[in-house]
Write a protein that binds this ligand. Sequence first.
Ligand code: ATP
Ligand code: MG
Length: 226
Amino acid sequence: MGLIELKNVDKGYSSGAEFTAVLTGLEMEAHKGEMVIIMGPSGSGKTTLMNILGGIDVPDAGSVVVDGEDIAGYDPVGLTAFRRNKVGFIFQFYNLVPTLTALENVELSLETISKDGKANSGRAEKYLRMVGLEDKMHNFPQELSGGQQQRVAIARALAKEPRIILADEPTGNLDGKREEAIMDLMKELQKEFGTTFFIVTHNSKLKKYADRVYELGNGVLTLNGA
Ligand SMILES: Nc1ncnc2c1ncn2[C@@H]1O[C@H](COP(=O)(O)OP(=O)(O)OP(=O)(O)O)[C@@H](O)[C@H]1O
Ligand SMILES: [Mg+2]
């Protein structure tokens, strides 16, 4: 059985009297421990799909089964618990807290999953080192380059060691060498923890890392031979 199964998912947005359909009868399947890459033009609904997979948003219709839970019908409380326990997000625009240092940003995500609510500095430092930010742990986001901020966002998601990682254009601000290092790191974690990865990208160079490649267009996903 697939770990993740989307069936007949519809999602659109209303503004005023106008309704824009984004996902229309979308179907998807992925197995535990796979690295899935989703490609598609700007505006095709990639971020919308990631938000639904990660319980940030709910579809208008259809079922979204993730790790045995059908989250399509969850209320906000259920969605919050789902996100906290199972999902790590690497957001397209990072979403770092500007008043916290790199280290504190990563610690914050660990506090939400620790039993005693305490930060785990050792683990936060370990992951910042893994993304090559050992020299920047005590800097604030505004003191970091775009690529460095992106790597803080990556460390924050990975440090949770969640079952599922959702990454929206995770290497968009990195040079080729860094991109390779980050993708190799994600492949290592996939092997070590059996993490399932969903990675949105415009960069076809990333296809070689994937176990499954989907193209998003016209509201639906098509499996790509890659
Ligand atoms: N909150 C919202 N309210 C209204 N329309 C929205 C909202 N979020 C997204 N949209 C619209 O839905 C469509 C899909 O947006 P989405 O952000 O999912 O695209 P994307 O594939 O991630 O694009 P990009 O590659 O540029 O990040 C776009 O037409 C966008 O304008
Ligand atoms: Mg997007």
